[in-house]
Design a protein around this ligand. Structure first.
Ligand code: ZN
Length: 272
């Protein structure tokens, strides 16, 4: 998965250290991020390599190198390109994709917290933690994380797969949705399955979680079993397809960025 970058080290410790030429510049524009071409893949650009002046806000470090949200040049420097998040999904090595998408997540968040949601005053950066603080009313805001579920519904040797309607991602997916106010995560699992495909489920089993910066989410993956009738009633506003697929007919996924892929692959290999 995208966050599985060992032996590389992602360190989110807050720091106010100033940028140096050898540090990494995270330059974001229109939800795109600047990466430097390296061989067949991409690397995170250092200020010096991209001809950029070292300056910006420290957001995390990767293998001990500071990564800074920096002013984005209008034109990509030589050997660099602005990539969309869909393109970043395909970027390897994985630590580059992970740092890039978390960089975009934080850039979006700072951009969208310029003003206090309570009193409308311009927000300021906290000097002690990763937060925005209102100097007038004291409201403190932390980076947005939306809890959400990924649900693999099984029926013996069959897995329920879906395809989204109206989203850039076109491949097979699992049932997914955000946790709503006043709801337990288990309630979300049952509600999303009922809403999206009209099925009841039982025997919910938590698998694992994933930080999914693309949608500011914290994903929690569950396996569960069909309870009763298997006839699908599709919510066509969310999905364009929903279907049962036999274990042996599932397309192998290999190493991919998503918890969804890992969960589908585990089922395909008979581990669930
Ligand atoms: Zn305020």
């Amino acid at each position: 998965m995208i966050q599985d970058i060992s032996p590389h080290r992602f360190d989110r410790t807050f720091s106010r250290e100033e940028a140096a030429a050898a540090d990494i510049a995270l330059c974001c524009r229109d939800d795109r991020i600047l990466l430097r071409r390296e061989g067949e893949g991409f690397a995170l650009p250092r200020f010096a390599d991209a001809g950029l002046t070292p300056a910006g806000r420290h957001v995390f470090s990767l293998d001990g190198v500071g990564c800074y949200l920096a002013a984005a040049p209008a034109e990509a420097p030589a050997d660099c390109a602005y990539l969309t998040l869909q393109q970043v999904r395909q970027v390897r090595p994985m630590e580059v994709a992970f740092a890039a998408v978390v960089g975009v997540q934080l850039w979006r968040w700072y951009r969208d917290r310029a003003y206090c949601g309570r009193c409308g005053s311009p927000m300021e950066h906290s000097r002690t933690e990763r937060a925005m603080v209102c100097p007038r009313c004291g409201l403190t805001e932390y980076p947005k994380l939306c809890p959400a579920v990924i649900v693999a519904v099984t029926d013996g040797d069959r897995l329920l797969l879906t395809r989204y309607a109206g989203r850039p991602y076109r491949g097979d997916a699992l049932i997914a949705g955000f946790v709503e106010i006043g709801e337990t995560v288990e309630d979300t699992v049952r509600r999303e399955v009922m809403e999206e495909v009209g099925l009841r489920v039982k025997n919910l089993r938590y698998y694992k979680s994933q930080p999914w910066a693309f949608t500011d989410s914290l994903l929690m993956g569950y396996y569960c079993e069909l309870d009763g009738d298997s006839a699908i009633t599709l919510d066509t506003s969310e999905l364009r397809e929903g279907f049962w697929q036999k274990r042996e007919e599932i397309t192998p996924r290999g190493q991919d960025v998503s918890l969804t892929s890992e969960m589908v692959e585990r089922f395909r290999l008979g581990k669930e």
